[in-house]
Design a protein around this ligand. Structure first.
Ligand code: ATP
Length: 309
């Protein structure tokens, strides 16, 4: 049985289709990344999967429960960390844990053992008596995740759990997510940080409500198997900027930092041959050019660009 099994999921708000015929299959213990730009339909999908809003159409099974028929029943089985996770800022870390433990109906004994587990495994030991308001963002996010897990759900939904956190906190957060997955918990996570998606076992890209690509990070990168990607610098920030987003029959360019990623449209061309072609076609000098491995950001940019074309 799949942890999450969704087919034909659609949500309309009036005439607007926010989620359009979406399919999601997540195996038990898998980390599934749901990626897309602002307004793509990620939160709306999560809200339907967690029984918070009902779909206009489609079937949703979470841990074998028919969520469309039994939206309340699924809530006992899952953990959901929303974008604006609902910690109480004027309570200390310990008070928040006590409070949510009681909301979940846990015994005092269970709350205390969970507390010890959270302090040790979520790096919260030195913060127990601090007001939640005073916590650094990364610690607050770990506390929110810990509280989401207090009732030991087998499936967790995390909606942009690392936004606003620094890179070290984000890395620590993902270590916790990977540990959950090793312990058999299935994770459905949305993120804007495409490098974080490398931690996922499988990924779907959603764009304007539709799934435009899916697979493991390795499978998704295969679109570049025959067509190399180059990092190129023309030595002039103005010219680099001018080329950003431009499409030619030989290549397309996207700005990454102050250099360009060049998606080559010629099969298996060598760096030296491509340097000559590029220089001739654009009638300019090249300061640096090197072949690079595709990132998930390259994959995402490529899919979006071919959609918009
Ligand atoms: P973000 O990363 O910004 O949260 P998202 O991918 O989660 O984006 P959603 O919040 O799911 O996107 O929104 C998808 C689209 O549906 C957006 O255009 C949004 O304005 C629209 N939308 C969401 N909720 C409603 C609603 N209750 N009524 C009307 N439109 C809505």
């Amino acid at each position: 049985m799949l942890a999450i099994d969704v087919e034909g999921l659609t949500k309309r708000f009036g005439n607007f289709i926010a989620v359009d015929n979406v399919e999601v299959k997540v195996n038990k213990g898998e980390i599934f990344g749901f990626l897309g730009a602002n307004g793509a339909g990620k939160t709306t999908t999560i809200k339907m999967l967690t029984g918070l809003i009902s779909p206009s159409k489609g079937k949703i099974f979470v841990d074998g429960i028919d969520v469309v028929k039994y939206p309340q029943k699924v809530k006992e089985k899952i953990g959901y960390m929303s974008q604006k996770f609902s910690l109480y800022n004027d309570l200390t870390v310990e008070e928040n844990i006590n409070f949510f433990g009681r909301i979940y109906g846990l015994s005092t004994k269970k709350i205390n053992s969970t507390k010890t587990w959270l302090y040790e495994n979520f790096g919260l030991k030195d913060y127990e008596s601090l007001l939640t308001n005073e916590l650094p963002t990364g610690i607050k996010q770990r506390l929110a995740l810990g509280i989401t897990l207090m009732h030991e759900p087998t499936i967790v939904f995390l909606d942009e759990p690392t936004s606003g956190a620094d890179p070290v906190s984000r890395r620590n957060f993902w270590e916790v997510i990977q540990e959950l997955s090793r312990n058999g918990v299935s994770v459905f996570v949305t993120t804007h940080f495409l490098e974080e998606a490398e931690y996922c076992n499988s990924i779907s890209f959603i764009h304007q409500g539709k799934i435009i690509a899916k697979g493991s990070p390795t499978q998704l990168k295969k679109i570049f198997e025959d067509y190399p990607i180059f990092e190129v610098d023309f030595g002039s920030p103005e010219f680099n900027y001018y080329l950003a987003g431009k499409k030619f029959d030989f290549a397309e360019f996207t700005l990454f930092g102050n250099k360009l990623h060049c998606y080559c449209k010629m099969k298996l061309v060598s760096t030296e041959d491509f340097r000559k072609i590029l220089s001739e076609k654009l009638q300019t000098k090249i300061l640096s050019l090197r072949k690079i491995k595709p990132s998930l950001e390259d994959v995402f940019v490529n899919y979006i660009s071919s959609r918009n074309a």
